[in-house]
Design a protein around this ligand. Sequence first.
Ligand SMILES: NC(=O)c1ccc[n+]([C@@H]2O[C@H](COP(=O)([O-])OP(=O)(O)OC[C@H]3O[C@@H](n4cnc5c(N)ncnc54)[C@H](O)[C@@H]3O)[C@@H](O)[C@H]2O)c1
Length: 439
Amino acid sequence: MKEYWVKDISLADRGRRRIEWARNLMPVLSKILDRFREEKPLRGLRIGACLHITAETAILAEALIEGGAEVSLCASNPLSTQDDVAAALAQSGVRIYAFRGQSVEEYYRCIGYVLASSPHITIDDGADLISTIHKLWYGVKSRELAYVQEILQDRDAQDLVREVIGGCEETTTGVIRLRAMAREGKLLYPVIAVNDADSKRLFDNPIGTGQSALDGVIRATGMLLAGRDAVVVGFGNVGSGIAHRLKGMGARVTVVEVDPIKALRAVMDGFNVESMKKAAEHGELFITATGDINVIRREHFEVMKDGVILANAGHFDVEINKKDLEELSVGKERIAPCIDMYVLKGGKRIYLLGEGRLVNLVCAEGHPYDVMDMSFSLQALSAKYLAENRGKLPKEVLDVPKDIDRFVARLKLESMGIELEELTEEQKNYLSRWEFGSE
Ligand SMILES: NC(=O)c1ccc[n+]([C@@H]2O[C@H](COP(=O)([O-])OP(=O)(O)OC[C@H]3O[C@@H](n4cnc5c(N)ncnc54)[C@H](O)[C@@H]3O)[C@@H](O)[C@H]2O)c1
């Protein structure tokens, strides 16, 4: 089996420097790494991870390895790999199969290499690794699976699944897919929804993606956000973070939502809330963050103004309907590394950033390190929890245990030198009783 498959191993030095810089900004994960080095909670386990290959992922991999695991990595998106980081990991002996600009075939072959390592624990960002295992088990046939099977050769799905003790999932879209599997009674092993932990979804999604999605838009276009007529589609954890940051930078922000509570929240946070059809008529910059399919499509492209810019922050490149855009276009040109210009009949131009894939990872460097410090600390501790509870957990989508969630938040505060107030005994008593009332 290949030991690694990266773009250019000579980039390793640059990657190592980038990883060292990330380490400075990831004090919580570094602390967990030190503890793992002493305690070896993952001794003897093989971990297969399908994540964005960034400097933060390198530190997570190191923590897992220090914990005693053997780690194999592939990318969770064909365009999000930092090739220098991948090279540094390969040079340090990690089995890594990832490079920026993978074809569908290469993407699935890389998943095949990770599966060929027979992981005991799977870690996903978007559920492509775990859903591949499940598709193999349930005998689904597809072109993508054929690439995986070519790598696995005569290994069968029974063999693979027998080895697995559990999985972890990093993002909302992945958790949605897992819950669908669980609903159909098809989930083959327990999976921890790391995304849903408070110390992940309340920070990584709004604050991390909020900042980094705008970083992606700015790096790709060099545009001024102040005064811009911006439309954010989806006002969930990610979309609300993007909308607030756009507003903070002076953009005039419209929100599009399908959920009445989220829409009401957006109104009361001071945003203009409209239907997609209406927003499409006036917006200048559109950012999708729904985890849903075709939220911007033909009927919207048709009414858009000349020169609009489209970007997506949701997990898959399905939110902006690229097929519709292609069909409406008479020409398409890559005018900058991250900008495709579509020219529609009649001459109208629509600019798509990062091929409609995660704008923060494709056009910038993904989340700030400090935020991934928390998300990946949860991943490391969830892997440890799976190892400690091997064979005892139900085949369901499980929450990160509350004590792990709060422990990560506590360590983060400590690393920032921030002291928490403590409840007094009297307050603990008061908050635990029902008899107190008006006197
Ligand atoms: N770019 C990143 O680095 C990054 C980070 C975290 C999450 N994500 C991804 O971002 C996406 C959103 O995640 P989230 O945590 O905000 O999810 P969420 O469930 O909190 O929010 C999604 C929102 O979109 C709304 N929505 C769904 N369909 C819609 C439609 N057709 N029109 C308008 N609104 C619609 C939903 O009502 C919901 O409020 C997911 O795909 C997630 O995996 C990306």
